[in-house]
Design a protein around this ligand. Structure first.
Ligand SMILES: Cc1cc2nc3c(=O)[nH]c(=O)nc-3n(C[C@H](O)[C@H](O)[C@H](O)COP(=O)(O)OP(=O)(O)OC[C@H]3O[C@@H](n4cnc5c(N)ncnc54)[C@H](O)[C@@H]3O)c2cc1C
Length: 264
C-alpha cells in the first residue's frame, strides 16, 4: 500500500490536513513509519511541517522551550541541557536518537516514552495551536488528540535537583524495564521540600507517583526516612507486561530502583 507525504509550511495548515481519516503526523518516523512498513493499514497519509521553529531549542531566563521536532541527539549535545542529557540518551541507539523527536516521544506507548517521563517530572507544558496544557492532562488524553504538538516548555532544573534512571536488560540501548525521573527541591537542612516523581512502564504511558511524592515531603534522603515513600511507590500502578519483563517483576523492582535513585 502506498503512503503519501505532504509537507506544510505551518502547524495551522498541517492541523487541517491531519483531520482526514488515515492521516498521521510525521515526527522522526521511528514509530509511525515502522508501523506502516510492518503493515499498519490505518496509516495512509503522513503530514509534516517545515517551519524551522519546530526544530528550535530556546533556553532563556531559566525557561526551556523545545520545538516538537527537536531530536534526542540535539538535546543530548546541547551545552545548557546537561541535566536532561541522560533522559535523551536513554532513547534507543545513536541512529534512533538522530531521528526520534520530542513530539513523537510524547505519543510513544510503554515501554517507550523515556524522555516523556522526564518531561512529566518537570511538569512541562505541551503547546499546540489551541494553547498549552499541563503534560499530565495531555498524556491522559493523547489517544484522542488530533492536534499537532508544536513545543514543550518547562523550567530548567538545576542538575543537582533532577535525577533520571532507566533500567534495561540489554545494555546500552535496550528498551525499559522501567524508567524514573525525579525533581526534588530540598531545604537547607536537606529535607525534601517538594517532590515530583514520574514513572515509565508502570502504565501504558508515563505516570506520576503521587503517593510516593507525598510520603517524601519533610524527609531526609536516608534509607530509613525514604522507606514509606518506597512502600507507597506501587500505589495506582498497572505495569505493562512484554517480552522484557512481566507486570509482576516491574512492580517488584520499582521500589528497589526508586530507592537507588533517591539515595544516589
Ligand atoms: C529500534 C528502536 C528503539 C527505540 N528505543 C526507544 C527507547 O529506548 N526509548 C524511547 O522512549 N523510545 C524508543 N523508541 C521509540 C521512538 O523512537 C521514540 O519514542 C521517539 O521519540 C518517537 O519519536 P518520532 O519522532 O520518531 O515519532 P514518530 O514515529 O514520527 O511518531 C510517533 C507518533 O506520534 C505522532 N506524532 C509525532 N510527532 C507529533 C507531533 N509533533 N504532534 C502530534 N503528533 C505527533 C505521530 O503521528 C505518531 O502517531 C525506539 C524505537 C525504535 C524503532
Amino acid at each position: 500500500m502506498s503512503l503519501a507525504l505532504q509537507t506544510f509550511p505551518t502547524v495551522k495548515d498541517a492541523n487541517t490536513a491531519l483531520q482526514a481519516s488515515g492521516t498521521r503526523y510525521l515526527g522522526g518516523g521511528t514509530l509511525v513509519v515502522r508501523a506502516a512498513n510492518e503493515g499498519d493499514v490505518s496509516v495512509s497519509d503522513l503530514v509534516r511541517v517545515a517551519d524551522p521553529d519546530l526544530a528550535r531549542i530556546a533556553v532563556s531566563g531559566g525557561k526551556v522551550k523545545l520545538g516538537a521536532s527537536v531530536t534526542m541527539a540535539a538535546i543530548a549535545r546541547h551545552p545548557e541541557l546537561a541535566a536532561l542529557a541522560p533522559a535523551a540518551r536513554a532513547v534507543g541507539g545513536p541512529a534512533i536518537r538522530n531521528m526520534a523527536t520530542v513530539g513523537g516521544n510524547l505519543f510513544a506507548p510503554a515501554p517507550y516514552g523515556d524522555f516523556a517521563v522526564a518531561l512529566l517530572a518537570l511538569d512541562a507544558a505541551v503547546v499546540t495551536a489551541d494553547g498549552e496544557m499541563p503534560i499530565e492532562t495531555f498524556l491522559a488524553g493523547r489517544d484522542r488528540s488530533r492536534a499537532i504538538v508544536a513545543a514543550v516548555e518547562f523550567s530548567l532544573p538545576r542538575a543537582e535537583s533532577f535525577r533520571f534512571l532507566k533500567v534495561s536488560r540489554v545494555k546500552p540501548k535496550g528498551i525499559s524495564v522501567l524508567s524514573i525521573a525525579a525533581l526534588l527541591q530540598r531545604s537547607a537542612d536537606g529535607t525534601v521540600a517538594s517532590a515530583s516523581i514520574a514513572l515509565g512502564c508502570m502504565a501504558d504511558r508515563p505516570m506520576r507517583a503521587k503517593a510516593a511524592e507525598n510520603a517524601l515531603l519533610g524527609c531526609k534522603l536516608t534509607p530509613e526516612e525514604i522507606a514509606p515513600a518506597l512502600a507507597a511507590a506501587g500505589e495506582g500502578i498497572t505495569p505493562i507486561t512484554d517480552p522484557i519483563a512481566s507486570a509482576w517483576y516491574r512492580a517488584e523492582v520499582l521500589p528497589v530502583h526508586l530507592g537507588r535513585l533517591l539515595l544516589s
